[in-house]
Design a protein around this ligand. Sequence first.
Ligand code: 4AD
Ligand code: MG
Length: 478
Amino acid sequence: MGPLQIKELLQTAPEGQGVTLKGWVRTKRESKNAIFIALNDGSTIHNIQAVAAPGQFSAELVQQVTTGSCLKITGSLIASQGSGQAVEVKVEDIHIYGTADPDVFPLQPKRHSLEFLREIAHLRPRTNTFGAILRIRHALAFAVHQYFNDKGFFYLHTPIITASDAEGAGEMFRVTTLDLDKLPRNEEGQINYKEDFFGREANLTVSGQLEGELGAMALSKIYTFGPTFRAENSNTTRHLAEFWMIEPEMAFFELKDNMDLAEDFVKTVIGYALENCKDDLHFLQNRLAEEDKNKPQNERSLPLLEKLSFVVDNPFERITYTEAIDILLKSKPHKEKKFQYPVGWGIDLSSEHERYLVEKHFKKPVILTNYPREIKSFYMKLDEDGKTVRAMDVLFPGIGEIIGGSQREEDYEKLLGRVHEVGIDPENLWWYLETRKFGTAPHSGFGLGFERLVLFVTGMSNIRDVIPFPRYPKSAEF
Ligand code: 4AD
Ligand code: MG
């Protein structure tokens, strides 16, 4: 089925075998004795080198073989004359599928800045860096499904278009079928309309959790893995308007079970990448080391593979929000008034606080639990003290919050009370509230931001660089 890919060829093909290669030219180098073409088809970070003799092909054809052009090369595998690879291909024939005029093709064989590559998001998958990131992203997604399947979870498809605001944070994109051009405008030119999806209000989902809970109340253990949307105008290196979230939801799990699952889950999928993405991780590790070369010793990051192994091999720290506040109050930056946002019980931790806990104090991932009810969502189970809820956030070095989750409030009256308290109309959530009327059960779940995981595993520093086509304010047109 289809041609042999370069990855398979480098692994398995015996010398002397006739081969057909199809891929894009990374570089072409001409010397007195040979023409060297490095070809890549995206199946691996490695190129395969094809070698032709000078004069073997017309000057016109050789001129058309440029970085970015797409070729079919037939020839035979031979032991490589140069160092760095075991085999190369002695070229017998070249067919050009598509040229790439070097005067206009923006990807040339040199290091381009990530900012520049973001502007050409349609071409950046063809770079080594983005090839590596996309293959790792795939491996992680595969590992997620494998993990849950092995543990008896069912993949539940939750809706993208929904009426509810699962997080109650009002960060939804509205969906409408109305022709906004035809609606009347007021004096300020604003459209006066009621958002409408065939007669009902509708939004793009911010989370599949509430529907996930319906699934858990029937199948016991489910997970979602789909796109979610947040209409926040945030221009940070950790936020996207469209991101993928993994949300397991489990009947009969309490907060501790939830933490155990979250920790085991992230360790397992990171372990999978370590095991299965060695070449790409090594490439990214070298790339980071290159970047670090000009930094002072104390600002250099741990080699990527070491950083990942450390997370897999060591238990996460588990502390309550109240304990975290105590640590922060005793910390040097607090005493020296170096935090931008002052610390005190009740505050929503900002990223400087989270980073202090994870990167300076514990120097490892931390699970923070039992947050004040005021700063968490309505569906979280109240603790006995009535002041805190059974929330858990998993914080990662260099990332901040990677997972948010909780044990859910299973008591109908208490949940209804919270719905009123936060100002949600219970009419809109009648279907959700019914889970607590009919056969309610203790249950828990969490959400992992997939891009934040990919960010951590690849060692990249901007979330816009770990999703193929990032959506953010003023992102690319397609
Ligand atoms: O903490 P959040 O908002 O929690 C929920 O949505 C819950 N319903 C999850 C659950 O309990 N089932 O989001 C969960 C995670 C965050 O920890 C973060 O990793 C990621 O989603 N996230 C984002 N990632 C990229 N861009 C954004 N704008 C994100 N907002 C949240
Ligand atoms: Mg959160």
